[in-house]
Design a protein around this ligand. Structure first.
Ligand SMILES: [Zn+2]
Length: 315
């Protein structure tokens, strides 16, 4: 076997390993290794994540959302500053604090509201999108068009975190060990206010939380419960929750999602599926699932090629 082939195989293996990693909890490094250049960036079988994952800055184009949350890209993305009065961005090494300007404005507004309502010093912001969106080398099927953001369910500490701490610090697990409810030792009214304040933003379309958290919100929400319709149970989402906003006005290339129509969805029947034993404790598959081929450029909207090719917008 020649050296080149060995290198290619090695890269393929590490790419596969890292694709399963990088959950919200995974630690990063303040000194991440730069990705090696691609041997053949025009290979039609190449995962689009390899191309988008190597972009460090957004496309120098007006803000433009192209495609669907889990199949698309964004031009003219804006960075959420890593420090605000009432927020801090975590895992800076991932360079995923980019989004549509509407999302950036929403997070700034939301953090100030949570500071007031919940009395938290502020919020900790996890993954948003890459500078040009698109599929990612690790984690997340969505977060591709700058309209998704993960917020930690841990309050921001009352001080500025160091770069190291932002890579190393862990969020707090909110779900009880039996997975049937939240952990009363860590769940406080603050988490409810944070999620409610996010859901009450008119541009927010849905919010993903663990089913145990949805159950707690249903139980604890007071008179105004209309926002509960936006709260959707999802696997994981027990350390953080996920905000998804609608296509911004005038984004004709943005593919929207139907509005949730199930009402509060708080009845036992609404949540039964999520508390089934096989969902809470899934059996490991007998054979490891075959890795799916990665999404290629041909599967993304054609305009995403222009976004990739555009010059860098210096921030
Ligand atoms: Zn997310």
């Amino acid at each position: 076997m020649n050296l080149r082939l060995i290198l290619v195989l090695l890269l393929a293996v590490t790419a596969e390993l890292s694709a399963t990693a990088a959950l919200a909890q995974d630690r990063g490094s303040v000194d991440p290794k730069p990705l090696p250049p691609l041997a053949n960036p025009n290979d039609p079988k190449l995962g689009a994540k390899e191309l988008f994952g190597r972009k460090v800055l957004p496309a120098l184009m007006p803000a433009r959302v192209i495609g669907f949350y889990a199949k698309g890209c964004i031009a003219g993305a804006q960075a959420l500053p890593i420090n605000g009065e009432t927020w801090q961005v975590m895992r800076l090494s991932r360079n995923r604090n980019w989004a549509h300007p509407d999302m950036v404005a929403l997070l700034e507004r939301l953090s100030a509201k949570v500071h007031k309502d919940a009395g938290w010093p502020g919020i900790l912001v996890g993954d948003m999108s890459q500078p040009r969106g698109g599929p990612m080398l690790t984690g997340h099927a969505s977060h591709q068009v700058g309209l998704d953001a993960d917020i930690w369910l841990t309050p921001m500490p009352d001080r500025r975190l160091s770069r190291d701490e932002r890579e190393e610090m862990s969020a707090v697990m909110m779900v009880r060990e039996d997975r049937l409810d939240v952990d009363p030792n860590v769940w406080t009214p603050g988490q409810l206010m944070l999620i409610r304040d996010a859901a009450q933003e008119p541009s927010v379309q849905r919010i993903f939380v663990n089913a145990a958290i949805k159950k707690a919100l249903c139980r604890e929400a007071k008179s105004d419960r209309s926002w509960l319709s936006k709260i959707r149970p999802m696997y994981g989402h027990d350390y953080h929750f996920h905000i998804r906003i609608k296509c911004p006005p005038g984004s004709s290339e943005c593919e929207s999602q139907p509005e949730p129509t199930e009402g509060e969805a708080c009845s036992a029947a609404d949540l039964t599926y999520w508390f089934k034993d096989e969902v809470i404790h899934p059996k490991p598959p007998k054979e490891p699932p075959k890795p799916k081929p990665p999404m290629t450029m041909a599967q993304l909207p054609p305009a995403c090629r222009q976004v990739l090719a555009a010059p860098e917008a210096r921030q």
